[in-house]
Design a protein around this ligand. Sequence first.
Ligand code: NAD
Length: 493
Amino acid sequence: MTMEASNTRWLDYAPAPESTSILHLKKSYGLFIDGDFVAGSGRSFTTISPADEHSIAEIASADAGDVDRAVAAARKAYNSTWSKLGGADRGKYLYRIARLVQERARELAVAESLDNGKPIKESRDVDVPLVAAWFFYYAGWADKLEHAGLGPNPRALGVAAQVIPWNFPLLMLAWKIAPALAAGNTVVIKPAETTPLSALIFAEILQQADLPNGVVNIITGAGETGSLLVNHPDVNKVAFTGSTAVGRAIAKSTAGTGKKLTLELGGKAANIVFDDAPIDQAIEGIVNGIFFNQGHVCCAGSRLLVQENIETEVVDRLKERLVTLRMGDPLDKNTDIGAINSRAQLDRIRALSDIGEEEGATRWSAPCEIPAKGFWFAPTIFTGVETSHRIAREEIFGPVLSVLTFRTPAEAIAKANNTPYGLSAGIWSDKGSKVLAVADKLRAGVIWANTFNKFDPSSPFGGYKESGYGREGGRHGLAAYLTNAVLQSGANK
Ligand code: NAD
């Protein structure tokens, strides 16, 4: 199904669905502990396709005993194998994993789109290539830790407990596992309960790569499993990506335990468009900023700050562009906007959007046909948004853009910083000096100029304030997994 501006579109795309025949899914998946799939003792659950709610596979759930076993396997692997290997040998495994990800790229992309609901063109062209890039990048560092500018004799921390969200399931796994292994740690990781599939296929890749048993353990389950993992007494490092509320709970429960902690949490980024911006590019950047991955992006440009004198032009052109976006089957190569990942997330997007209207903002949604099954939300713009509105303050984590205006750079900066978050921001202007001056005053970990949502493994990523602390990517990402690392990775100034 496609979005139609009117009946006048006489040239349309034929459906181009990616085949699922490349997938060799099992009916049920166990936990990946000590190099093998084993049964879980918790209550298993079904992972479904958010596009049509069909069941994909039965997934095991780890209880306290399973978490113990996984941590013990990681500890044993750390003591007996991984900590004894030289960096060059660790690097070889990472290179091998990167190449296997490339070899199985199509399969991984199809699995990701099926389980997550994201368009195949994104999982194929963004998620999976970045996963491989992350492993290649950190493979290169594994034998060069002494030269990473992290101080003399950097050492691994031990066992890392890692918990990740559902919006970029495999990419978040790569962000966690690649630097941890390069730095010499072993890992127990828990994917999100709505998107475990690509992590379980990744477990098969680890077997193919002959990674020594126990170096990476993948346990599935919901928040309770995550909590058991991060609070396990025998882990040395906790790395969490997810909501600010859960991050706060983890910060409390790990305080005073000696565990090193990094938190990558929510965001409410400002995408600032000045009247001298290249408008064509800015329109594409605004669309990419908030509608990429259905807006399920922690660093999404969910607040458009547009200079008042060009607001009407920008909003009109945005609407024209949104009408051309194709919403529908995530596995169709023409699809721009896929499904919302879960019913719970859809309910949250709906509730906050209704509140936006109740608080007085004006809502516009792209006209599109909502399929009868699955979880869908049309790309939506709110105008007349005030800084006090909840849709300007809270993370909606969906395809919803709040438009605010400003008159001067100082006002743009004040409004952009008027948020409890501090993860990312975008600036659109023809003048480099203006971009630099504004960027200097923004309280955000990542700032894009005349572009948005661009990621690279060599570039550190992370936030300020309630967006968390610590950095992933680059040398900063390594520092988070090493003792004696002089380069501070967690500056939360
Ligand atoms: P969530 O916090 O509900 O869940 C994230 C993960 O934590 C899941 O695996 C979940 O099972 C687990 N979990 C839940 N309760 C837990 C607990 N008490 N202890 C330990 N683990 C627990 O978040 P979500 O809804 O899955 O993800 C969306 C959030 O993630 C958004 O706020 C988004 O901004 C954030 N996010 C941040 C980044 C970043 O890099 N800053 C990247 C992606 C997503």
